[in-house]
Design a protein. Structure first.
Length: 311
């Protein structure tokens, strides 16, 4: 698919609710078959952006193309080519897994409904539970069912809104294995998440804070471009040093990681001076800043437009 038109190519997307601008001049390009992680604090406009891209919300400004279709003029056609998985389980809890998938197939007017449902059950490992009521499923199994429903009509794009919130690590791992299999078949995925390990499993990342895009690239590119440096400290009481280090000159963040302390800032000399003054008996070594360090830094520097709107 080299040289193909991007699956998602939007520019200047803007959405307002009353006096509040929830999404502000947002640009995003995602190539076909890529998995793009969509990150940002709660209330940043991630869900609103996803809903604009899939045609459920009309932007107040901006333009773009989704799968070659005009975002403003061809919303109904876009909807048919996208699978959208919401934060909350949206299927019928008093129907079985099989019945839910059959209902979705009917809603899309799909041919070979029985075959499509059987294929979805097999792909997501749902055959043994096909006749179980959806309302009795655990979070991980509900997640599988929701994903099966999303891909039943063979969409070219998946928009996933915090799909793994509240499920166990094994279910998250299995879910991501499925996402990578879908991407290998050419499906484009835009997935919002708060989990740093999930962000690192994406091909690239877009970070939005209060409606504004602040970072775009691979995880390594974003960390390298942050300008942050970091130290890791080890020794007696190292994990209790964060409150003493947090506001020292040169220290932007300090956090305990098990028995160690992780500190970061923008200047290594200033960072070393701070830790040597506060904790000279701790053994310090240079380490890489984490993606979480970068995102916390971005979040702290962003302006919360919900506060401004009510000021």
């Amino acid at each position: 698919m080299n040289g193909a038109e991007p699956a998602i190519d939007v520019r200047g997307l803007t959405k307002r609710f009353g006096q509040r601008t929830v999404v502000d001049q947002f640009d995003l390009t995602v190539a076909r078959g890529r998995i793009c992680g969509f990150l940002g604090p709660n209330g940043s406009g991630k869900t609103t952006t996803l809903r604009m891209i899939c045609g459920l919300l009309i932007p107040d400004g901006g333009e773009g193309r989704v799968l070659g279709l005009d975002l403003l003029r061809q919303r109904e056609a876009i909807k048919l080519k996208i699978g959208y998985m919401t934060q909350r389980f949206g299927l019928f809890e008093d129907l079985t897994i099989r019945e839910n998938l059959a209902f979705v197939a009917d809603a899309y007017g799909l041919d070979d409904k029985k075959g499509r449902v059987a294929a979805a059950l097999a792909r997501l490992g749902l055959e043994t539970r096909a006749d179980q009521l959806a309302g009795t499923l655990s979070g991980g199994w509900k997640q599988r069912l929701a994903l099966a429903a999303c891909v039943l009509h063979e969409p070219e794009i998946l928009l996933l809104d915090e799909p793994t919130a509240g499920v166990d690590p094994l279910a998250r791992r299995e879910f991501w294995d499925q996402i990578h299999l879908l991407a290998s078949d050419g499906v484009t995925v835009l997935v919002s998440t708060h989990y740093m390990d999930e962000a690192e499993r994406c091909h690239d990342i877009a970070y939005i804070a209060y409606g504004v895009l602040l970072a775009r690239g691979t995880a390594d590119e974003i960390v390298a471009g942050s300008g942050l440096v970091a130290l890791s400290g080890e020794g007696p009481g190292a994990d209790r040093l964060a409150p003493r280090l947090e506001n020292r000159p040169g220290v932007e963040m300090a956090a305990a990681f098990g028995p160690t302390i992780h500190v970061c800032g923008r200047d290594m000399a200033a960072l070393r001076a701070a830790v040597d003054e506060v904790a000279p008996d701790i053994s310090w070594r240079e380490t890489d800043p984490t993606l979480e360090d970068v995102f916390i830094q971005l979040m702290r520097g962003a302006t919360d437009n919900s506060v401004e709107a009510h000021a």
